[in-house]
Structure formats: structure tokens, C-alpha cells
Design a protein around this ligand. Sequence first.
Ligand code: AMP
Ligand code: ZN
Length: 113
Amino acid sequence: MDCIFCKIINGDIPSTKVYEDDKILAFEDINPCAPVHVVIIPKDHLLTCADDITEENSGIIAYIFSKIPEIARIKGLTNGYRIVNNCGEDGAQTVRHIHFHLVGGTKLTEKIC
Ligand code: AMP
Ligand code: ZN
């Protein structure tokens, strides 16, 4: 499959791993927008974006969120952070493998967009 994130999971494209287990991978964003910018993905390329989430498949999303505090701790985010999901064309999503941006390490602007 021609998916950058699947290639990162397979090791075909290098990444700086922050956290990994059998279900998910978190790695440093190549183009960070804040002092800390981690991308968190499920290893299974099942969902392309938030629009694909259903009651049946949402377990992996809950799992990702259950691991976010640990990933934030690994990155030293002791004073809060922001989680972002870009979905589809209008969401300016560039990689169609569902992912969550964990950003922080500074006081972010109050305005989301
Ligand atoms: P989005 O615009 O929400 O689809 O975000 C995709 C993110 O993936 C962007 O923030 C990119 O900087 C990041 N990205 C793309 N290619 C790589 C890569 N090879 N390693 C790490 N991050 C990447
Ligand atoms: Zn993929």
C-alpha cells in the first residue's frame, strides 16, 4: 500500500519512535509545529480519518487516547498539550491513515484555527 505511515510502521521509512506497542506507534513529526510534536497512529491501516470511525471500530481510538498520557509523560508534557486530528480535504489532511497530533512544550495559542 502506498501509505507513508504504513511504510514507517514497516520500517521502510525511518522515524524517531517515541512509543510503540502491538497496536499503535508514536513518532516525532518530521515538520514539527511546536517544541513537542508527536504523531500517533494505529498500526492497522483500517481507518483513513475520523470520518471512518464507527461504534464497532472505535476501540482502537479509545486505546490511542488511553496511551496519550503515557506518551505525553515520555515527552515531558507536564503542563498540558493539544491533540489534533485533521480529517479529509477541508481538514487539510495530508496522510490518509488516521492519526493524532500531540503538540505542546510551549503555551499554545488559544485560537485553534
Ligand atoms: P496531516 O496533515 O494531519 O495528515 O499530518 C501528517 C503529518 O505527518 C504532518 O504533520 C507531517 O509533517 C507528518 N509527516 C509526513 N511524513 C512524515 C515522516 N516521514 N516522518 C514523520 N512525520 C511525517
Ligand atoms: Zn497506512
